[in-house]
Write a protein that binds this ligand. Sequence first.
Ligand SMILES: Nc1nc2c(ncn2[C@@H]2O[C@H](COP(=O)(O)OP(=O)(O)OP(=O)(O)O)[C@@H](O)[C@H]2O)c(=O)[nH]1
Ligand SMILES: [Mg+2]
Length: 191
Amino acid sequence: MKIKSAKFLISSPNLKLCPQLDKCEFALLGRSNVGKSTFINTLCNQSKLAKTSNTPGKTRLINLFEIITDKKPFILADLPGYGYAKVSKKEQDSWQKNLEEYLLKRNLTSTIQFIDARHDIQKNDILMQEWLKFNNIPCINILTKCDYISRNEITKKLALIETKFQNTTLAFSSKDRTYIDKVLKTIEDFM
Ligand SMILES: Nc1nc2c(ncn2[C@@H]2O[C@H](COP(=O)(O)OP(=O)(O)OP(=O)(O)O)[C@@H](O)[C@H]2O)c(=O)[nH]1
Ligand SMILES: [Mg+2]
């Protein structure tokens, strides 16, 4: 599958205000600053499609993007990252509620959970994974920022995540477009 074009559809604070789209949809999950928005830009080969930042907490709303391919189109939902301590407890709790509602009721094709290649798997990544499993929500794992570690380390980390989470697990980097083919193949297999 090849991407032909991509466009931003809508930003929404919650599920209720998201339009029904009737397309395969993948929701991007992961800690704040892990590279979810950058992933969308790299995949679509557009630098400013999704807003990114060096400072965690950039994405505060559900942002929907429509991806047109040479096969079926699909939707990517860019979600605010978890584990961003500088947001007030009240805001974190409210977002947690919105996120759970989105994941449970949106009828997603799969989630895509991002893990930062530079760090060990974090506690909130494990909690999110356990919650997804408990609720029977499918997930693909992406080890991103792989440009920071060696080939050997990438192989080891992929195997570790795959064993621990029992999901299809792929490497990715915004600096290396060779990872894109496998990602699109996996997305296609889920559709
Ligand atoms: N070297 C490198 N940097 C990356 C990669 N992916 C993302 N980054 C950088 O990481 C920072 C955070 O990226 P974002 O895409 O904004 O992260 P996010 O997960 O959307 O963060 P929130 O919106 O806060 O949840 C930016 O400075 C990106 O340039 C990667 O594969 N390699
Ligand atoms: Mg973001």
